[in-house]
Write a protein that binds this ligand. Sequence first.
Ligand code: GAR
Length: 205
Amino acid sequence: MTRLGILISGRGSNLLAIADAIADGTLPDAEIAVVLSNKAEAAGVARARERGFPTHVIESKGRIRAEHDADMVARLREYKVDLVCLAGYMRVVTPIFVDAFPQRLLNMHPSLLPAFPGLHPQQQALDYGVRVAGTTVHFVDEELDHGVIIVQRSVPVLDGDDAQTLAARILEEEHTAYSEAIARVLSGKYEIRGRCYVPRDSATK
Ligand code: GAR
């Protein structure tokens, strides 16, 4: 059984989607070992506790990034976490984090990377005028929103969209994309070539 650590900063709908996928068997052989938030007021904290997941707040406000990350890593180790999923975790992680979980740290970003990394990607997409937007689940590396891509899903940008309507359309895809990405990683049936995720079946061809 793979022990997941889910990191949140906000509403936590992707956390719940992952929990549902585990509960209904879509994501087998995984369990949520712990939920960590860097914000006490995150709505996802209450939602995680309601579901009965061990949940801790490690407040990041005013703290040195590396020290906060070290505390997060220590907590994840305490819960013997195998795979860490950033799910709306709105904080750049330091190498301390990346080195602690090599190829075991995933992030979701609501754009089709490498387009629109950083803050407000849905607004960035609208301002650029793209007609297709989406979401990316990727391994985390030292650069922001940059690591090897595991799953991407696209959605159309519709006339009249604003950042909220576009974000809602993307979010619907995110709720299944994250479980798919976790399942892919847990299957172990892949290799990393350069910066590409290559499924094992195609890798052996
Ligand atoms: C999701 O759209 C996720 O892609 C985004 O925050 C939202 C979290 O929603 N993540 C980022 O922007 C990370 N840079 P949730 O709290 O309801 O899961």
